[in-house]
Ligand binder design. Structure first.
Ligand SMILES: NC(=O)c1ccc[n+]([C@@H]2O[C@H](COP(=O)([O-])OP(=O)(O)OC[C@H]3O[C@@H](n4cnc5c(N)ncnc54)[C@H](OP(=O)(O)O)[C@@H]3O)[C@@H](O)[C@H]2O)c1
Length: 313
């Protein structure tokens, strides 16, 4: 029997909110596992259960009857506390499929390239969870996992400034030529991809799958924004060699967050870096998702619509 019931941890977050919507739309029965102190609210179709994220006992009780667990818990949990309590609880509750909170770059790809070294170190929490999940799956054949790689988020990257394209201010910082192609997707796409993973239970058993919605570059995004909004952006140009130096300086003075963003920029934007996920390495076809698109304009139009940005803003 296929997966029918899905528990989502972190269901009220950036990834979790559209993920819950996508799972409901795909016909899954969704339970949100939220912290006892959380004030998060959920759609009426979602069953709400509360559990201390560090208590295996409470989490095990909250996961009873669930076929799958999707963790979309916060970065700080992933990086520092870890997700082992949730993994142990999923095993104890007889959950069949566990998807850890990853939703980013492929850590093995970071390991293969010198310019991925710093990012790989900084994301060690995700690697430790992945190793723990694999170990538990080896020990418990009924327990399986899928890792979902999404590269950097497009809409979240615009909201937070991580893409360094600032829509409301009509400003952007362009790294090197701005022509380097990178992989990206928007937040609702992640939910769709996870729903497809759960519907392709056998094909995605015990593996890391990467999905790509768009292959684009900074210049294409700015051009699409200028066309849609009918206004020119003010551009600042920087060299990634200087950004790398700044990243190490930030790290030395304890600004790990700032350094992390600098190293992400280096990875994605450096001329000739070549780190876009090759189409042949994506799981798009396996999951019945369209091939990665090279025209980013639909993403830009959706961003402008969903964020209520007006040409006159
Ligand atoms: N690739 C990218 O560009 C990118 C960008 C952002 C995030 N990510 C990744 O996506 C995943 C989800 O991130 P997100 O931004 O969606 O997370 P988020 O919105 O910051 O947090 C998700 C949920 O985690 C729970 N939470 C928050 N703080 C917590 C704490 N201290 N202890 C336990 N639970 C806590 C909350 O749920 P309740 O209140 O319901 O308990 C919250 O709604 C992470 O793995 C993150 O690294 C990737």
């Amino acid at each position: 029997m296929g997966i029918k019931t899905v528990a989502v941890v972190g269901a009220s977050g950036n990834v979790g909110t559209p993920l819950v919507r996508a799972l409901l739309n795909a016909g899954f029965a969704v339970t949100a596992i939220t912290r006892p102190t959380s004030t998060a609210t959920f759609p009426s179709e979602v069953e709400l259960r509360r559990a201390d994220p560090n208590s295996v006992e409470e989490l095990t009780a909250a996961l009873s009857g669930q076929d799958a667990v999707v963790s979309a818990t916060a970065t700080e949990v992933v990086a520092f506390t870890g997700q082992n309590a949730l993994v142990d609880a999923a095993v104890a509750a007889g959950v069949k499929r566990f998807i850890p909170s990853e939703f980013g770059h492929n850590l093995e790809r970071f390991e293969r390239f010198a310019d991925g070294k710093m990012l790989r170190q900084m994301l060690d929490g995700k690697a430790r969870t992945a190793a723990y999940v694999e170990e538990k799956a080896r020990e418990n054949p009924g327990f399986t996992w899928t890792g979902v790689g999404t590269s950097g988020f497009f809409d979240w990257g615009l909201d937070t400034g991580v893409l360094d394209i600032h829509v409301k201010d009509r400003k952007a910082t362009i790294y090197d030529s701005g022509n380097e192609i990178f992989s990206t997707c928007d937040l609702p796409y992640i939910g769709t991809a996870v729903a497809q993973v759960l519907k392709h239970e056998e094909e995605t058993r015990n593996k890391f799958v990467e999905v790509v919605q768009y292959q684009t570059n900074q210049n294409a995004i700015v051009k699409a924004l200028e066309e849609v909004l009918g206004k020119k952006f003010t551009l600042t140009h920087v060299k990634t060699a200087d950004v790398e130096k700044e990243g190490h300086e930030k790290l030395a003075r304890g600004d790990g967050g700032g350094a992390f963003v600098d190293f992400l920029h280096l990875w994605a934007f450096t001329d000739g870096a070549g780190h876009a996920v090759p189409e042949g390495e994506t799981a798009n076809a396996l999951l019945g998702l369209p091939a990665p698109q090279t025209d980013v304009r639909p993403a830009v139009e959706e961003y402008i619509r969903s964020r209520g940005v007006k040409a006159t803003d």
